[in-house]
Design a protein around this ligand. Sequence first.
Ligand code: AP5
Length: 208
Amino acid sequence: MRLVLVGPPASGKGTQAASLCDRLRVPKISTGDMLRAARAAGTPLGVAADRFMSAGKLVPDEVVIGLVDERLDAEDARAGFILDGFPRTVPQAESLSGLLARRGQVLDAVVQIDVPRGLLVERATLRRTDKRTGQIYHLKYNPPPPDAELEHRADDREETVAKRLDEYEAMTAALLPHYDQQGLLRRVDGVGKPAEVFARILQALGIQ
Ligand code: AP5
């Protein structure tokens, strides 16, 4: 299955992508994770991307499209994937169609996770990630085990979260009608326990 997860910052894309990967046995492809890895490695791409990420802005389309193009060539992505956080703009969506067409592939669905803005700030500011495993936790809703090596994302400070939410509304709004017109969009309520949201996603995809 080839899926895209769309939703505002901290709506639960990474959490749901992990569950979908386990269930569908396909890899998660997260442009946010790839950009953070490039930044941590200090590559020129990572250094350039950091300016945008720290400001809560989207990284330029050509940079993320290049990353996804390369990642889709990996053996594990041939049979399917969960794209988490890509595409976010109509130009990225059009490029993705081209990248898939070149490989003789098409998208099966685009899942939009809806969460009201008021809940997103708390989800982001209390998020912690285990550096070693990449596992996503929340200090209130999904507390980490005592031995986790916790990392607090720099862009999860309250003032940057607000900028990321504004950027999402400004840049990503046009993406949803784009996929709706193609009959690919599935809207899912992202409020509730992660397992409840996961069950709604499976239902929206027609998976038993
Ligand atoms: P990215 O890493 O993609 O960030 P994002 O889209 O802002 O999404 P998040 O990772 O913040 O949240 P999420 O939806 O995955 O939620 P999560 O599951 O962690 O991108 C970061 C930056 O990189 C961007 O700002 C941009 O600069 C750049 N970038 C990336 N892709 C790009 C692109 N395509 N184009 C241009 N620039 C790009 O959950 C959040 C928290 O809530 C966690 O603590 C979790 O435990 C908790 N939680 C999850 N589900 C629930 C639930 N149901 N109930 C209660 N808590 C929950």
